[in-house]
Design a protein around this ligand. Structure first.
Ligand SMILES: Cc1cc2nc3c(=O)[nH]c(=O)nc-3n(C[C@H](O)[C@H](O)[C@H](O)COP(=O)(O)OP(=O)(O)OC[C@H]3O[C@@H](n4cnc5c(N)ncnc54)[C@H](O)[C@@H]3O)c2cc1C
Length: 415
C-alpha cells in the first residue's frame, strides 16, 4: 500500500496523472510578461477555468501558482457534480447557483475535451443516496421531501430497486434516492485538460511561482510581484482557494474563510470485485467509480487547520463506511490515501465578484463544490470583466454579503 500523505512532494509523485494526460515541460513558461490584461492567482480548477474562458475572449491572461496546477485542493477532489445530493434546506440561493453550473457542465466539458483532446471522464450515470438500514430510511425520506419541495426531480427507490440498480450493495439496503442529473468528472483529468486548453488559447501558466505581494497605484491594484518578477495587470483575480486569507490579499477584505480538511482514498476495482456504476452516497461516505477502475471513497470533514496528516481515525471511518455499503470492497487494493483543504466560508458558499478594491476580483471559498461550480464561476468572472456587471445566480455571492451582515450585527450591538 502506498500512502501519499506528504503534501510537499511534487504533485506528479503524489497523485500521478493518468497515462496519456501528462503534458510535459511545454507547460512551464519561463519568461514573465511585463503586462497582461488579467493575472490570476492560483491554478486550481477555479483559476484555470476562469483563465481559459478569458483567453477565449482574446484577453492576455497569466496564471500564477506557487506549486503545480491543481496541487492545492483541486486534485484532492472526488469530482462529483452533485447539486441535488448536496441540497440542504435554507440554501435555495446556493441551489440556484449549483443547478445553473450543473446545466453549464455539458457544454463546458465538450469544449474542454474538444480543445485539449483529453477526456475528463464525464460520467452521467447519476447519483444514488442510499439508506443502508431501516433506521436510516426516515432520514432519507425527509431529505427526499426537501428535494421535492425545492423542485428537484429526484426519484424515491425501494430497497429492491436500489439493489437492481447497484447489485453490489449490501443486502440490507432499505431505500434510495436517485439524483439523475448529479454527474461526475475525474479532477485529475480535468486539471490536465484545463492546462492544455488554456495554453492552446494562448494563456500563460507559471507554476512554482508564488505571488508575494499586490501592487497598488492610485488606490487600485495594478499588478503583482512574484518570485520570478513583476507583472502588471489591468485586473487581478484571486483564486487562491483555502490560502486566500494567508496575508497576500489586503486584510481589510476580512474574508471569512477557513480550511476544512478532507481525507479520501482510492480503491482499485477489478473483474473479481466489480464496481458500482453510480456515484453512491451513504450517511457516512460517498463512492465515486472512475473509468480507470479506481473507486474514490470520500471524505472526512475536519476542522484541523492546515494539518495534512493522514490519521488512523480518518482512514478507519472511510474503510468502515465503504465496507458497510459494499462487501466486495474487502478484496479491493488501497491505491492511494490523501488529504486536501476545502476553502470554506462562514456560510459554506463561494465568494465571486468584486472585492471592493478597484482592479481586484475574488473567486474563492468554493468549499465542497469547486468542481461543480467551475463553469458558473468562470462565466460570472468573464461577464464581470467584459461588461463590468455580474447578473444571474452568481450575483448573490459577493463578499459584500458578509460585510452587510457584519454591519448589521454591529448596528444591532450598538442599539
Ligand atoms: C477530499 C475532498 C473532496 C472533494 N470533492 C469534491 C467534489 O466531489 N466535487 C466538488 O465540486 N468539489 C469537491 N471538493 C472541493 C473542491 O476540491 C474545491 O472546492 C476546489 O478544488 C477549490 O478549487 P480552487 O481552484 O479554488 O482551489 P485550489 O485547487 O486549492 O487552488 C488554489 C491554488 O492557489 C495557489 N496559491 C495560493 N496562494 C498562492 C500565492 N500566494 N501565489 C501563487 N499561488 C497561490 C495554491 O497553490 C493552489 O494551487 C472536494 C474537496 C476535498 C478536500
Amino acid at each position: 500500500m502506498t500512502l501519499y500523505a506528504d503534501r510537499t512532494l511534487p504533485v506528479g509523485e503524489r497523485l500521478k496523472p493518468p497515462a496519456g494526460t501528462s503534458t510535459g515541460d511545454t507547460l512551464y513558461m519561463r519568461e514573465l510578461p511585463a503586462q497582461v490584461d488579467v493575472a490570476v492567482i492560483g491554478a486550481g480548477v477555479i483559476g484555470l477555468s476562469i483563465a481559459w474562458r478569458l483567453a477565449g475572449r482574446g484577453l492576455a491572461v497569466a496564471v500564477f501558482d506557487r506549486g503545480e496546477a491543481g496541487a492545492g485542493t483541486s486534485l484532492a477532489a472526488t469530482g462529483m457534480l452533485a447539486a441535488a445530493a448536496e441540497h440542504e434546506p435554507g440554501s435555495e440561493k446556493f441551489l440556484a447557483l449549483a443547478l445553473e453550473s450543473q446545466r453549464q457542465w455539458p457544454e463546458f466539458c465538450a469544449q474542454l475535451e474538444g480543445e485539449s483532446r483529453l477526456s475528463i471522464d464525464h460520467r452521467n450515470d447519476g447519483t444514488l443516496l442510499v439508506a443502508l438500514g431501516h433506521d436510516e430510511v426516515e432520514r432519507l425520506r425527509f431529505r427526499h421531501e426537501q428535494q421535492r419541495r425545492a423542485g428537484l426531480e429526484t426519484r424515491w427507490l425501494t430497497g429492491v430497486e436500489v439493489r437492481d440498480a447497484e447489485p453490489g450493495l449490501r443486502a440490507s439496503v432499505a431505500a434510495g434516492i436517485l439524483c439523475p442529473d448529479d454527474h461526475q468528472v475525474d479532477p485529475r483529468r480535468l486539471v490536465a485538460a484545463l492546462r492544455v486548453a488554456l495554453l492552446s488559447r494562448g494563456g500563460l501558466l507559471f507554476q512554482g511561482t508564488p505571488v508575494t505581494s499586490l501592487e497598488m497605484s492610485g488606490g487600485r491594484v495594478c499588478g503583482l510581484l512574484t518570485s520570478a518578477g513583476r507583472c502588471r495587470a489591468k485586473t487581478i483575480v484571486a483564486a487562491s482557494g483555502a490560502w486566500s486569507t494567508d496575508g497576500l490579499l489586503p486584510p481589510a477584505l476580512d474574508i471569512p474563510m477557513r480550511p476544512l480538511k478532507g481525507q479520501a482514498l482510492a480503491l482499485k476495482t477489478g473483474r473479481q470485485t466489480g464496481s458500482p456504476r453510480h456515484v453512491i452516497w451513504t450517511e457516512q461516505i460517498h463512492l465515486a467509480p472512475k473509468s480507470d477502475g479506481r473507486l474514490i471513497v470520500g471524505s472526512t470533514m475536519e476542522d484541523a487547520g492546515f494539518n495534512p496528516a493522514i490519521t488512523a481515525g480518518g482512514v478507519l471511518a472511510l474503510l468502515e463506511g465503504v465496507h458497510r455499503a459494499l462487501p466486495s470492497s474487502e478484496e479491493m487494493e488501497i491505491e492511494a490515501v490523501w488529504s486536501g483543504f476545502r476553502p470554506t466560508t462562514d456560510d459554506d458558499a463561494p465568494i465571486i465578484g468584486k472585492s471592493g478594491i478597484s482592479g481586484l476580483l475574488l473567486a474563492t471559498g468554493h468549499h465542497r463544490n469547486g468542481i461543480l461550480l467551475a463553469p458558473i464561476t468562470a462565466t460570472a468572472i468573464e461577464q464581470l470583466i467584459t461588461t463590468g456587471e455580474m447578473t444571474g445566480a452568481a450575483a448573490s455571492f459577493g463578499l459584500e454579503r458578509f460585510q452587510r451582515n457584519a454591519a448589521s450585527t454591529a448596528r444591532a450591538a450598538g442599539a
